[in-house]
Design a protein around this ligand. Structure first.
Ligand SMILES: Cc1cc2nc3c(=O)[nH]c(=O)nc-3n(C[C@H](O)[C@H](O)[C@H](O)COP(=O)(O)O)c2cc1C
Length: 192
């Protein structure tokens, strides 16, 4: 099965990079496989460092910003060593302090024979930072629109517009402030 969230990786200059990702996991969240496209910055960083930090989040606006590449200097990122000092003093990595759960991943094995690489990981950290806020249809719709935004170059225009209109109805019914702000950003991007 797949869990959707946000991964932070480290750029060659030591700065953090942030992107949505859907690792394949087992239900107990003990087995992890990342499947980054080899064209992505996330792939290059993972390939170089073999380290990433995966976050379970409940913030639709953060997800939208991340997929649109608007999080390069996110204030809410802290080095792993500052967040979990005792056990991670010498580790490189970045933690989203507003995440619900944080999973440190070390890549043990790569398969780069396909455009979407496969990276088998070992868990180096598994912490809950705070409770998950809860479900909301608007947040799920934002997640679907984020997926559309990341595949815009692959999908027929009509299909994107149909999906955009369908999700707009759900967002209007159930969104809070952050889902609305996410909708504004994504709608602008998908209408181009
Ligand atoms: C919910 C969600 C899950 C995603 N999962 C993946 C994934 O597993 N692998 C991947 O390569 N891209 C995935 N993407 C797309 C990337 O986040 C997107 O292409 C991003 O722009 C790549 O980022 P980067 O080049 O900044 O690393 C996902 C996007 C969303 C919204």
């Amino acid at each position: 099965m797949v869990i959707e969230g946000i991964i932070t990786t480290e750029n060659p200059d030591g700065s953090p990079h942030l992107a949505p990702i859907g690792p394949h996991v087992d239900e107990a969240l003990t087995r992890w496989e990342l499947k980054p496209f080899q064209t992505s910055t996330t792939f290059s960083n993972l390939r170089r460092t073999n380290r990433g930090v995966f976050h379970v989040v409940d913030d639709a606006l953060l997800m939208a910003n991340a997929v649109l590449g608007r999080c390069r200097h996110a204030k809410e990122l802290l080095p792993l060593s500052d967040s979990f000092r005792a056990s991670f003093e010498n580790e490189h990595g970045w933690v989203l302090v507003d995440a619900c759960r944080v999973f440190g991943l070390e890549i043990l094995r790569w398969d780069v024979s396909q455009p979407r690489a496969n990276a088998e990981c070992r868990l180096t950290l598994n912490r809950e930072l705070r409770a998950f806020w809860g479900w909301n249809r608007a947040a799920h719709s934002v997640l679907e629109l984020c997926i559309l935004a990341s595949r815009l170059h692959l999908l027929p225009h009509d299909e994107v517009q149909r999906e955009r209109e369908r999700h707009q109805i759900i967002i209007e019914k159930t969104a809070g402030q952050r889902e609305r702000a996410a909708w504004e950003l994504l709608n602008r991007h998908l209408s181009q």
